[in-house]
Design a protein around this ligand. Structure first.
Ligand SMILES: [Zn+2]
Length: 262
């Protein structure tokens, strides 16, 4: 069994302008999300949380016949306002990775809204304490990001926090090992691909969903069609190359122009 995990960011209402917060590169419109969920539902897909996926990897749980993992990064207010109602309509659930320092800021979830997501049966995970790139921190600062975000979320929400997603997708083996030491049992990154029984739980792959990317292609990837992954993989390789040549700063400035459909 191979499982695809999708990553969503801010979900923007169809008739509204994109908000100033967040990265417009990763926005998705409500109608696009709905089209994707409806297609996956029609194809018989059922969602599993990070926790359920890990239980299956460890042999203590089973997966539905056609599983898919939905993850949501950054804790946008739209995750409750737009995403949650769509998920519920199709009887789907999601794993929401939030950054404590951003909670309550304009455009982001408040603690009360986060509690509502928990009440609706959603899993909450950490997305770092401050959303800093984990690869650029000292050992001490890295450990602080990992343990403090877990502690604060557990204390404020009263639930165990077992999963974490890499802010900005930046990670390496030191970061992965540190998430394990901090007490997490799943570390989700943004490396393109599917996850199986044998996939390292501290480098779980995800496919980012964003606006110009066609729904058909995402559905093909969830279905595990190699050609869809080949295309997306070549785009990701191009992004990595550009990042390496230009550096992250210029990549961030130019990405809309150089990889319009990545
Ligand atoms: Zn993020």
């Amino acid at each position: 069994m191979r499982v695809v995990a999708l990553t969503f960011h801010d979900i923007i209402e169809d008739d509204k302008a994109a908000p100033a917060h967040g990265d417009a590169f990763y926005h998705l419109r409500v109608h696009e999300m709905e089209a994707l969920l409806s297609r996956l539902h029609k194809h018989g897909y059922r969602t599993v949380s990070s926790k359920a996926f890990r239980a299956w990897q460890q042999g203590s749980g089973t997966l539905p016949e056609r599983p898919v993992v939905f993850t949501f990064d950054d804790g946008y207010a739209s995750h409750l306002d737009q995403a949650a109602s769509l998920l519920i309509r199709y009887r789907f659930t999601g794993t929401f990775f939030v950054t404590p320092e951003q909670i309550g800021r304009p455009g982001y979830l408040t603690w009360d809204q986060l509690k509502k997501l928990v009440f609706l049966g959603m899993e909450i995970g950490s997305h770092g304490l401050t959303h800093k790139r984990l690869t650029e921190l000292t050992r001490e600062a890295l450990d602080h990001e990992l343990t403090e975000s877990k502690r604060v979320l557990e204390e404020r929400l009263g639930i165990p926090i077992q999963s974490i997603a890499a802010p900005g997708g930046f990670w390496n083996s030191t970061v992965a090992e540190s998430t394990k030491m901090a007490g997490y049992d799943a570390f989700w990154v943004s490396t393109m691909g599917m996850n199986g029984n044998e996939t390292n739980p501290f480098a779980l792959r995800r496919v980012v969903v964003r606006s110009p990317r066609e729904i058909d292609r995402i559905v093909s990837m969830v279905e595990g069609q190699p050609s869809a992954f080949w295309w997306a993989g070549s785009q990701q390789a191009l992004i990595r190359l550009i990042k390496r040549i230009l550096g992250v700063y210029w990549y961030e400035k130019l990405k809309r122009r150089v990889v319009p459909n990545a």
